[in-house]
Design a protein. Structure first.
Length: 107
């Protein structure tokens, strides 16, 4: 079973067992996340067609297990103006949540 979910303005294709990084959020002590904004759900190679939502599939959800909080790659932000002696350098590492998709339920 595969699905396309929407999270923080991005569309992500998921299936059970996938490990992916999503934007970090405050969950407290929760160890699972449920995504209810499912755009498409269907089986690969099945005779039944995929269910496409308008915009979301009613009753469909994706459950994921939170593995860890990680940081992305370092990005250097450089500002420079020639012949003015103006140079600025700043680094940034985006925080992410690493999750494992446990279950995809159809609607």
């Amino acid at each position: 079973m595969r699905a396309i979910i929407e999270d923080s303005g991005t569309q992500i294709r998921v299936s059970p067992g996938d490990i992916l990084d999503i934007d970090r959020r405050d969950l407290g002590d929760a160890k699972t996340i449920t995504f209810d904004r499912v755009l498409l759900i269907g089986d690969v190679g099945a005779d039944t067609p995929a269910t496409i939502g308008t915009p979301y599939v009613d009753g469909a959800s994706v459950t994921a297990e939170v593995l860890d909080e990680v940081k992305g790659e370092k990005i250097d932000v450089i500002k420079f103006k020639r012949r003015k002696g103006y140079r600025r350098k700043q680094g940034h590492r985006q925080p992410y949540l690493r999750i494992r998709i446990k279950d995809v339920k159809g609607g």
